[in-house]
Design a protein around this ligand. Structure first.
Ligand SMILES: [Zn+2]
Length: 240
């Protein structure tokens, strides 16, 4: 086998190790996403409830200041009543006071409902906080395991990339560039064995005279259809 081909095949073997690790790493992503989705859903629910609880609390505060205003007004009228002399003026003030009492009673009833709602919302917030915490705690072992696997794979990937790049240094620059150019295309690998006279990647028949050259190992031939490098596999069946 020609030395360039040997070097290229070694580079491809190292590159395959990188690809395999990248695939396993990518397969972890949906598992992380699944865990995140459950957390995000609970977090969104909690956020919504917090907003509602704040709104209820604002409403209660608003009612409180309104009621306080009525009370001050009522107190002024009551004091005024003590100094009023004319019967007509007194009865007008009395009527106003009666009305104010009714309004106040209504506002107070509203305040009680509002205070109940605040409590209710705060209870819901507390429940959602507990639920979120429970989810996070429940996920912790699985997350830890996944993160452990990921960091382990990251390390292996870095080592595999280093190793591949080192091997690439030993390949003729022109061939190395061709190898990289092919990988930027659709093919997963850059070299495929000749299979029954066809390209092992796209299965297009290779012209006879080129098949001969490939078999002789004289040159490294690119497939005319898909551009990958086609080589003669020496007996042992290719695993890809
Ligand atoms: Zn092809």
């Amino acid at each position: 086998m020609n030395a360039d081909l040997v070097a290229l095949l070694e580079l491809q073997a190292k590159h395959k190790v990188v690809l395999d690790i990248e695939e396993v790493l990518a397969s972890l992503e949906p598992q992380f996403a699944e865990l995140d989705e459950v957390v995000n859903h609970a977090q969104e629910q909690l956020d919504t409830q917090r907003v509602r609880a704040q709104e209820a609390d604002d409403r209660r505060a608003e009612l409180e200041s309104k009621i306080e205003g009525y009370r001050v007004m009522q107190e002024r009228k009551r004091q005024k009543l003590e100094w009023v002399r004319g019967a007509k003026e007194a009865s007008t003030l009395m009527a106003e006071l009666d009305l104010a009492r009714t309004v106040l009673a209504r506002e107070e009833a509203e305040w009680i409902r509002s205070a109940d709602k605040v409590q209710d919302m705060q209870r819901q917030v507390a429940e959602s906080e507990a639920a979120l915490q429970e989810i996070e705690e429940g996920q912790a072992p699985e997350r830890q395991e996944l993160e452990g696997r990921r960091s382990d794979l990251d390390e292996r990937l870095a080592a595999a990339v280093d190793e591949r790049d080192q091997v690439a240094e030993g390949v003729q620059p022109k061939l190395r560039d061709q190898f990289r150019r092919i990988l930027r295309g659709r093919a997963r690998l850059a070299l495929y064995p000749l299979k029954s006279g066809a390209c092992g990647h796209c299965y297009t028949q290779v012209p006879l005279h080129r098949q001969q050259k490939i078999r002789n190992g004289d040159t490294i031939e690119a497939c005319e259809a898909c551009g990958v490098l086609v080589y003669q596999d020496d007996g042992s069946e290719n695993e890809s």
